[in-house]
Ligand binder design. Structure first.
Ligand SMILES: [Zn+2]
Length: 111
């Protein structure tokens, strides 16, 4: 009985596919339509993976931008707090009050 006309690797040499032909002299697996469909599936999967990676990259970039804005705001708040502290110190000449406020600022920033 005739076999599928595709040549396949058998160990170290090429040999004829052992499956029975179902269409145009090819088995189901080796018919050019099936081969093309498998290749298209692989290409689609690869493209989807690339799209997901790109979307993740964009998301990371957005988060980094937000993080930078947040850091800028924290720096600005810290500057204001330090300024307030120096005014307190000048106004009341109180080291105890300054230390307490300084600790509160540290806790707020780390918190
Ligand atoms: Zn075959």
């Amino acid at each position: 009985m005739k076999k599928c006309k595709e040549q396949v690797m058998r160990g170290w040499h090429l040999g004829q596919c052992s499956r029975n032909p179902v269409r145009d002299g090819y088995c189901k697996q080796h018919h050019p339509d099936s081969v093309a469909a498998r290749e298209k599936l692989q290409t689609d999967k690869f493209e989807q993976k690339q799209k997901r990676r790109h979307a993740l990259y964009i998301h990371i970039k957005e988060l980094e931008a937000k993080l930078e804005i947040a850091q800028t705001k924290i720096d600005a708040v810290s500057d204001i707090a330090v300024n307030c502290l120096s005014y307190y110190h000048a106004a009341y000449q109180s080291d105890r009050a300054c230390k307490r406020i300084s600790n509160e600022i540290k806790i707020a920033i780390k918190g």
